[in-house]
Design a protein around this ligand. Structure first.
Ligand code: AHR
Length: 317
């Protein structure tokens, strides 16, 4: 089920646990460490838990859904008070979420959505992933201002909600602008190394001079692609426009250096709103909305990216 339909309120089936006075034990199933953004989310989640006196049981799934399902089953067997999960892909969660529901353990989704009934989780804390793609697309529409532009796209992990939704949002934004065309689109799995490898193949297949812009579903892939563009003897950010998503420190640095043009911020602080909602729910049964939306903000060369880099570089990215 799409996150938008989660706004159609449905009854929360979890029973409040009287655990507020004592220490909470929460399981966190993290995807892995594919990107700088992911590292920051892990850091912030650990900090938020520590600040609240929560015993956080952390499980790194190393990008595999089966590891996440095992971690959830282990958390359920341990009788944790709640589970946080950043789901690597959108499908295949019904059974394990049913098991958590049967055990009356509330589950909160972090940063990605799932195709499952919203009865099966307490809330999802995410950005509007379609909107992020639209902002990137609209930025490009405005920047090329009617000029012809052949675009290459680096997609995130296949089957993940950000890869699906960021693609949709971007395509929606450029629809009807016949001067803009996506000529190549392939997954770079949200990693810097794959971003570089796939960009190299785009450059080889198309010829760098025939590529006007790169849209990457995250900054890490864009940073890898920047290296490939440089090695091809082209000037990233000038010969090839680059727009991506996350606003990690290295993207701000690349914009400050003129090697990237725009990024859309995704806050790594999903755990703060998630734990606020959980604590209220456990205290008196207050049901949070099914979607807690985080903000998305566009950064371009008009911002003081060097200063933002200096602030962000120590924040766990
Ligand atoms: O789900 C959020 C995405 O996952 C981030 O944009 C990306 O960097 C990460 O891997």
């Amino acid at each position: 089920m799409n996150i938008r339909s989660t706004l159609l309120a449905s009854a929360v089936t979890f029973l409040p646990v009287t655990a507020m006075a004592q220490e909470l034990t929460i399981g966190f199933s993290q995807i892995g460490s594919e990107s700088g953004w992911r590292a920051a989310e892990t850091t912030v989640t650990r900090q938020e838990a520590e600040n609240r006196g929560i015993d956080l049981k952390f499980a790194d799934a190393q990008q595999k859904q089966e590891n996440q399902i095992s971690a959830l089953r282990s958390f359920i067997a341990q009788g944790v008070d709640a589970i946080l999960i950043a789901p690597v892909v959108a499908t295949g969660w019904d059974e394990v979420l049913e098991e958590a529901s049967d055990a009356e353990i509330p589950v909160i989704l972090l940063d990605r959505t799932v195709d499952a009934s919203d009865d099966l989780y307490l809330t999802a804390v995410t950005s509007d992933l379609v909107h992020e793609g639209s902002v990137a697309g609209q930025w490009l529409v405005d920047t090329v201002d009617g000029g012809d532009c052949r675009i290459v796209e680096l997609q995130g992990t296949t089957g993940s909600s950000p890869a699906i939704d960021r693609k949709t949002g971007f395509e929606n934004a450029i629809e009807g602008h016949d001067n803009l065309e996506i000529v190549r689109s392939q997954t770079g799995d949200f990693t810097r190394s794959q971003g570089k490898v796939v960009m190299e193949s785009f450059l080889k297949a198309e010829g760098g001079e025939n590529i006007c812009a790169l849209y990457a579903h995250n900054d890490d892939m864009a940073v890898g692609a920047i290296q490939a563009i440089r090695e091809a003897g082209l000037q990233p950010g000038t010969d090839i426009l680059i727009v991506a998503i996350d606003a990690v420190p290295d993207a701000h640095l690349a914009i400050a250096n003129g090697e990237m043009n725009a990024t859309i911020e995704l806050t790594p602080n999903m755990a703060g709103p998630a734990l606020d909602a959980l604590e209220a729910y456990l205290a008196d049964g207050t049901a949070p909305p099914k979607w807690i939306q985080t903000e998305s903000r566009l950064y371009t060369a008009a911002d003081d990216n060097q200063a933002i880099y200096e602030v962000k570089k120590g924040l766990g990215y």
